[in-house]
Design a protein around this ligand. Structure first.
Ligand code: MLT
Length: 334
């Protein structure tokens, strides 16, 4: 005989909702059970050997110690980092594909009319990694010897001075745009798949200027293979104590640093995200990582930022900061 167990109408929906939540939680727990059971792919949006790649490889190697599986770096270049971000937004949400990206996550929506993903909606946030200052460089035989001279030189040669960058959405592009705005000049922009090939072109004297991160530029500055016009942060940096800031060089209000975050596709189960965040935090405590990043002029962010909420709120803040300015500047692609 069937036993009828009456449930008050007002309880029916909440009970059903509770059952759904329980199912989802069980699924999530299962998804995290034993995770990871195979290598995790960390997608880098720019070329191998460049600044994002350098941070990714150092972080990935240390995360793999904690996860017990390798973290394999995959370089997917193109369209200022948006090709890689779109790829990860569409990947299986199982924790086995993650993205490391920088400020480009905040700037791309203002730069690409047909962006196929929303950085604020289509990802789970693992945490922030490190902040990196940038350096404005010229090829070795470029005539100007400081930032003020560079501004006059570009004014006299409007549209003729070549700036290499890594495409719309790259920090090298953002830095170049800030330079153009602060100096009231126009540069002839030459995009590359990352600043690794752009730096090679600068060293070979094929382009005139490049704004790139200390993680890539310090050895070339130390070897005196490039001209250093200044650092992009408002204060001088520990890695280059004698280098003036661009503000000191007369570029009023110039203030830019690069920040990195790690993302997973939307829908990655919360327990998997938690494991990835735990591995990221463990990696950033690893003395080999802090030594390597310190040598490269990068600064590991405080633990509160190495969290999903730390990354999500920072991304929102940076989106609100840069997108109106970029929309006004009108540097837009399809
Ligand atoms: C790179 O890794 O090549 C750079 O981060 C590109 C850029 O300038 O954003």
């Amino acid at each position: 005989m069937a036993i009828h167990c009456p449930v008050a109408p007002s309880l029916r929906i909440p009970l059903r909702a509770l059952a759904l939540v329980a199912t989802l939680l069980a699924g999530g727990a299962q998804a995290a059970d034993g995770f990871p059971q195979k290598p995790v792919t960390m997608v880098v949006p720019f070329s191998a050997g460049g600044p994002t790649d350098v941070v990714a490889r150092s972080l990935g190697a240390a995360m793999s110690k904690h996860l017990g599986q390798s973290v394999v770096v995959e370089n997917r270049t193109g369209a200022g980092g948006t090709v890689a971000a779109a790829h990860v937004a569409r990947a299986q949400p199982d924790g086995y594909t993650v993205l490391i990206h920088h400020n480009g996550m905040a700037t791309a929506p203002a730069l690409y009319r047909k962006l196929s993903y929303d950085p604020l909606k289509d990802f789970e946030y693992i945490g922030q990694v490190a902040d990196v200052p940038m350096t404005l460089l010229g090829k070795k035989d470029l005539p100007p010897s400081n930032a003020a001279e560079l501004v006059s030189y570009v004014r006299k040669n409007q549209d003729k001075v070549n700036l290499a960058n890594a495409g719309l959405g790259a920090v090298s592009q953002l830095c170049g745009l800030l330079f153009e705005q602060a100096a009231g000049v126009k540069l002839n922009v030459i995009p590359y798949q990352g600043t690794a090939p752009a730096l090679t072109a600068l060293l070979a004297g094929q382009v005139d200027v490049l704004c790139d991160q200390t993680t890539a530029t310090l050895p070339h500055i130390a070897a005196n293979k490039v001209k250093l016009y200044g650092v992009t942060t408002p204060s001088r940096i520990r890695a280059l104590p004698n280098a003036p800031t661009l503000q000191e060089g007369g570029l009023v209000g110039f203030d830019m640093k690069v920040w990195h975050g790690v993302y997973a596709p939307k829908g990655t189960p919360a327990p998997v995200v938690a494991k990835l965040t735990e591995a990221l935090q463990a990696a950033l405590k690893d003395p080999a990582v802090s030594k390597r990043l310190d040598e490269l002029g990068a600064e590991i962010v405080p633990v509160a930022k190495q969290t999903p909420e730390g990354l999500r709120s920072w991304l929102r803040q940076e989106s609100d900061k840069w997108q109106p300015m970029l929309r006004k500047a009108g540097a837009v692609a399809d």
